[in-house]
Design a protein around this ligand. Structure first.
Ligand code: URA
Ligand code: SF4
Length: 197
């Protein structure tokens, strides 16, 4: 398991499949506990991440860490990754082509880790993974699609200048880990949205 993730990581580091490889400093592979029950999926690396090659280490990352700690979880216990693994210039939203070109890496991460729940952080991840939009309307909800559970919440970067959203993110992350505990105890959880394909 660990070896397979290492090989994905190496492929991401060397990847030149899309235009973003030309402007990045470093690719940013996913990072964390490969036995995690939850994978967190953000949008794309920002400036700090591009500089250091690690996901969520800037201000947004601090917000994510704080929300995790509020739920009694350390970030080392979970696995954190992004829809695209290279920083878009000026932090623009990654294009459909970039997201599609990069999606195999995330698919591989998910198929190796087999998380109980994928935590979708913000609109770009929501749109890319589930075709959704307006995350603030749907946050806090548990979705099932193709036998995989997804939990929706706001992007940590959105909480930077917004005290209300900090509380929302904190509350959602607590709910997320309550759901994980219930799943581990084989309890039935309430699915808010069911995708039928
Ligand atoms: N924002 C993201 O979506 N991902 C990161 O890794 C950092 C900031
Ligand atoms: Fe490759 Fe993804 Fe980086 Fe594009 S964003 S170069 S597909 S790793």
């Amino acid at each position: 398991m660990k070896q397979k993730l290492e090989s994905i990581k190496q492929n991401v580091i060397e990847c030149t499949k899309c235009e973003l490889c030309k402007t990045r400093t470093n690719s940013v592979p996913g990072k964390g506990n490969f036995k995690s029950d939850v994978i967190f999926v953000g949008e794309a690396p920002g400036k700090n991440e591009d500089k250091n090659g690690e996901p969520f280490i800037g201000v947004a990352g601090k917000k994510l860490s704080a929300a995790l700690e509020g739920a009694g979880i350390l970030r080392e216990q979970v696995y954190i990754t992004n829809i695209v693994k290279c920083r878009p210039p000026k932090n623009r939203v990654p294009t459909t082509i970039e997201r599609e070109t990069c999606q195999d890496y995330l698919k591989q991460e998910i198929s190796i880790i087999k998380p109980k729940i994928i935590c979708v952080l913000g609109n770009t991840a929501f749109n890319s993974l589930l075709g959704g939009s307006e995350i603030t309307k749907f946050r806090g909800k548990l979705v099932r699609k193709d036998n995989q559970l997804y939990f929706l919440t706001v992007h940590p970067a959105a909480t930077i200048y917004n005290q209300e959203l900090i509380k929302v993110l904190g509350k959602d992350i607590v709910k997320l880990f309550d759901l994980v505990t219930e799943l581990k105890n084989k309890k039935k959880v309430k699915i808010d949205i069911e995708y039928t394909t």
